[in-house]
Structure formats: structure tokens, C-alpha cells
Design a protein around this ligand. Structure first.
Ligand code: ADP
Ligand code: MG
Ligand code: ZN
Length: 509
């Protein structure tokens, strides 16, 4: 007899509902699964057989065929176990076939019939809801994650036998209603800008970065506080919207990082991969593609400390995400796209030894070595960094000063106002920050006053300012104007933007 059940498969960070079709026929006992299964899926045959028997049911006799559809979609992982087990039981009428079609069922079965958590349950539950299902059965251990989704009944069960009880209509006690718990954990964990003495220019640049979504690089000698500054950026970023929070949570769910007590991730991520990190851990990949650090930084900060130590090929793969906000991972079995919209904060030394330009130190790096060091970063990467900030060591006097520096909360209040102004202006441009304004729209959305415009245009005409550098200065000036509550971009805004111009030919502007 034919039976049908539904499960879900992860693709990238989204999931799709999968049909589990089973057929049984008289004949020599056999059990096959088709529909592009990977190796893990073949192993699930033995698990499913044992789990059914150990749950007190009979394994259906005869020739059993399981087909996972649509066939074109590569299906990975072990989340189909539960639906396959239910469909098999329906083929010989131990469970009503009509009843199981009402549910999406996801979970790995263990030999003893218990259910194990699977990664990506948030995306799977969203997929079930999107496909019009009113009910989903998940392993107990995935309960809180599935329950983040409103508008679908979640049955969280510890065992296969309990899943069958749900299908038979005896599962009320396993039902969880959608409860969206927004984690309000404070941001103090990352430290406060009040801890950083002096460094007025660097702090100001980071405020501009946070307000306009601009990428930023801090250049300075070791020990000047670059890492200390960068780690505090999340403390001044605006709060996430609910939609952003769910986006981020989906990434962490698929990466299996939500932990035992999943919540909506509601604080902006801060990821700081080491320069020795592998390419896969950075951009994502693997045989069952998982998101990498750049995706885990979604809507937050990707901090690349010691930028000069990253290999050229590593930096090269950041190009697509920096331009498009996504990363595409090509695999033999198909391509996956993960979100990767983050603010890049980078820090680096000014030269290989780190002390070039520091008074009283003896940097012996020759010009060739310095050029080679900087060349690695030039081009696509530095082009995408709107703010280049030179950081020097604070004096002893500054370090011991007692006066209270501005707190992160004060700075964040200004950042949030500036973001609101941008959102109102950019509503029709389909971007949400000044940094994301496309080149084609810069002139219209960041119109400079007559005088600063004439100044920059003559620099472009003379060839001392590239068109790209012009756009960058205009975007930063727009953010500076937004921070000061000005709709017009006047001379002082442009003058300040020029402080953060890059080392790529815009220096002489
Ligand atoms: N401006 C500053 N205010 C307070 N402490 C500072 C400052 N600059 C540096 N420090 C101290 O020096 C340490 C090293 O700074 P760090 O951020 O690691 O420097 P870098 O990353 O530039 O090498 C910090 O942990 C902090 O204790
Ligand atoms: Mg450092
Ligand atoms: Zn040096």
C-alpha cells in the first residue's frame, strides 16, 4: 500500500518541505530509499528498522521503497528518519495514512526509538508553515527552537512512540504554542566605550561606522587600543528589528549553535575569526554546507584583527559578501547561498613590524616591504572600506585621566537617531544604510552643497580623486550630516569625511 508523509530538508539557511512516499509490495523483504539520499540517509535504514521494532511496532514485511521528493533537491542529514518511520507504519496500516499527512515530521531516530535533535529546526518549522501546514512534530530537544515560530502547532516529543501517539490524536500534552522569547541580555558583555581613554578620532569614526553601516579599518601600532575599540562596536549599534533577529537566529540554528535552550538571537553578532582560520570556517562550506563566520556575523560585526596577516586568497573571498551581502558556495551537488550582510571592522599595523611612524621607535621596514604589505589589502578590499582611521597610542596623561568618557549608551542614542533619518530617506531605495547606497544613486541621495561639491569635482577632474573615492566621501558625509541632524550636506561634513579617506589615491583630495 502507498503512504505519504512530510519532512523538511535544509538548503543553505532555508528549508523546504519534502514528500516522503513509501510503497510496500509482496515479495522478498527489502528496504530501499531513493531520491538523492546521501550516505547518512542509507545508514538511517538500520536506525529506522531498529527504532520501529524497539518502539513496540512491527517492521512492515515485504519489499519497501521510500522515495524522497522532489528528486532534484539534494537531501542531507538525518531529519527525515521520523517521517520515513511514520510513512512505513502507514504502509501496513499500523497508523492511519490520512492522519500522518496532516503533519510535517522532522527528527533523527535512535536505535531505541528515542528522537534526537537536528540542526536547522527553526528554518524547517518556518518552511512547514510557509507550505501551509498547521502542525509539525519535532524532537523534544528541538522544542524551544521550533516554538519560536508563530502560527503553527508544534508537537515536541521524546520518542517515536510519542510521535505516533500525536498522529493518533493523543498528543495534547506534547503541544507547544508559539512563544517568541526575545532575549534581552544586555550588551555590557562587550565592554563600554567609557573604558577607552582618549582616542577621540577613532571613537568618532566608529560612531560614524555604526550610524551609516560603513566598513572601517583601524591602522596603528601594537598596544594602541585597536582591539579594545573594535570589540566595543556592538555596544553602539542600533537594536535589531524583529525581522533581523529572526534572520540571525536562522543562521545560528542551521549552524547548530543555538544550544540547548534556544532563544531568538536578539543582540547583533560580533565574530572575530583568527587570521589562521580555514577558508571553510570563514565563508562556510563542508560536505553538508554550514554557514561560516561571515554569515554568523549577519546584521552584526565581522572583526578581522591583524588584517595584514590574512592571506590574499582569504581576503579575496570576502569580495562577493562585501558587495552583495551574500556568499555563494559552489559544491559538486549544487550551490548554496548564505546571507552575509555585516559591518566589517578591521585593524592592522602600519607596516610589518608595526611601529612605522611611531615617534621614538625604530621601524626598519623598508619602503618595498611596506608597499608589499599594503598591496595585499589594496583593490577590492580597501575599496569597500569607507573609513580609514589612523590610531596612535594615547599618552600616559590621557591613560590615567579620571574624567569620565562618554558611555556607549550615549553614543548609541545618537546612532539610533541617525539610522531613523536614513531609513526615512532611503525607504524607496531598497537599502537601509548610507553605506549601502549604490554608486548610481549617490549623487541623488547624497547631494553635496555647492561649495564642497565644486572642491571635490575639481579634484576628480585633476585626477587626484577617483570617482569611487568621491562616492565614498559623499556617503560618509551623508552619515555625518545625519548624525548632526542636518538634511543638507555642508562643507564641515565633507571636511570631516575627508579625514577618513583611504590610502588608495584619494589621499590628495
Ligand atoms: N585608549 C586606551 N584606554 C584604555 N586602555 C588602553 C587604551 N589603549 C590601550 N589600552 C590598554 O592596552 C591594552 C592593549 O590594547 P589593544 O586593544 O590590545 O591594542 P592593539 O589591538 O592596538 O594592539 C588594552 O587591553 C588596554 O588595557
Ligand atoms: Mg590587537
Ligand atoms: Zn616597521
Amino acid at each position: 500500500m502507498l503512504a505519504l508523509a512530510f519532512s523538511a530538508a535544509i538548503a543553505g539557511i532555508d528549508a523546504h518541505v519534502v514528500r516522503v512516499e513509501t510503497d510496500s509490495a509482496a515479495g522478498v523483504p527489502a528496504f530501499a530509499i531513493v531520491g538523492l539520499p546521501d550516505r547518512a540517509l542509507n545508514e538511517s535504514r538500520e536506525r529506522i528498522r531498529a527504532a520501529i521494532v524497539n518502539s513496540g511496532f512491527g517492521f512492515p514485511p515485504g519489499r519497501l521503497l521510500v522515495n524522497l521528493a522532489p528528486a532534484g533537491m539534494r537531501k542531507m542529514g538525518v531529519a527525515f528518519d521520523l517521517a520515513i518511520a511514520l510513512a512505513l507504519l502507514a504502509t501496513d496500516e499500523q497508523v492511519a495514512a490520512a492522519a500522518i499527512r496532516e503533519y510535517v515530521a522532522c527528527g533523527e531516530v535512535a536505535l531505541d526509538g528515542s528522537l534526537r535533535a537536528v540542526p536547522g529546526m527553526l528554518a524547517m518549522t518556518l518552511a512547514a508553515k510557509r507550505a501551509g501546514f498547521a502542525r509539525i512534530i519535532v524532537p523534544e530537544a528541538n522544542r524551544d527552537e521550533a516554538a519560536l515560530v508563530d502560527g503553527i502547532d508544534v508537537y515536541a516529543v521524546p520518542t517515536l512512540a510519542d510521535a505516533i501517539a500525536v498522529v493518533l490524536g493523543n498528543g495534547a500534552k506534547f503541544r507547544r504554542r508559539g512563544v517568541t522569547v526575545l532575549d534581552t541580555s544586555d550588551r555590557a558583555a562587550c565592554g563600554d566605550f567609557a573604558d577607552v581613554k582618549g582616542q577621540t578620532l577613532a571613537k568618532r569614526a566608529l560612531e560614524i561606522a555604526a550610524a551609516g553601516g560603513h566598513n572601517v579599518v583601524l591602522v596603528g601600532p601594537p598596544g594602541c587600543g585597536k582591539t579594545m575599540l573594535a570589540r566595543r562596536v556592538p555596544s553602539i549599534l542600533p537594536a535589531m528589528t524583529t525581522a533581523e533577529a529572526l534572520d540571525v537566529t536562522k543562521v545560528y540554528s542551521v549552524a547548530g549553535l543555538l544550544g540547548a535552550r534556544p532563544r531568538v538571537v536578539s543582540t547583533r553578532p560580533f565574530r572575530a575569526p583568527h587570521h589562521t582560520a580555514s577558508r571553510v570556517s570563514l565563508v562556510g562550506g563542508g560536505s553538508q554546507p554550514r554557514p561560516g563566520e561571515i554569515s554568523l556575523a549577519q546584521h552584526g560585526v565581522l572583526y578581522l584583527d591583524e588584517l595584514g596577516e590574512f592571506t590574499r586568497s582569504t581576503l579575496e573571498v570576502l569580495r562577493q559578501p562585501l558587495e552583495e551581502g551574500t556568499v555563494t558556495i559552489a559544491r559538486a551537488a549544487g550551490t548554496h547561498t548564505f546571507p552575509a550582510r555585516f559591518t566589517l571592522v578591521a585593524s592592522m599595523n602600519p607596516c610589518p613590524c608595526g611601529f612605522r611612524g611611531v615617534r621614538g621607535s625604530d621601524c626598519r621596514c623598508n619602503d618595498m616591504a611596506v608597499q608589499k604589505y599594503l598591496a595585499k589589502l589594496s583593490g577590492p578590499l580597501l575599496d569597500r572600506i569607507d573609513l580609514h582611521v589612523s590610531v596612535s597610542r594615547v599618552s600616559f596623561d590621557e591613560l590615567v585621566q579620571r574624567g569620565a568618557a562618554e558611555t556607549s549608551a550615549t553614543i548609541r542614542a545618537r546612532v539610533e537617531l541617525a539610522r531613523e533619518r536614513q531609513l526615512a530617506r532611503l525607504r524607496d531605495a531598497r537599502v537601509s544604510t548610507n553605506a549601502a547606497i549604490p554608486a548610481a544613486d549617490v549623487r541623488q541621495l547624497c547631494p553635496l552643497d555647492v561649495e564642497p561639491l565644486a572642491l571635490l569635482e575639481s579634484a576628480v577632474t585633476r585626477g587626484t580623486l577617483s570617482a569611487r573615492a568621491f562616492d565614498r566621501i559623499a556617503r560618509v558625509a551623508r552619515t555625518i550630516a545625519d548624525l548632526s541632524g542636518s538634511e543638507r550636506i555642508v562643507r564641515e561634513h565633507v571636511a570631516e569625511a575627508l579625514l577618513y579617506r583611504g590610502a588608495d589615491g584619494s589621499r590628495t583630495a
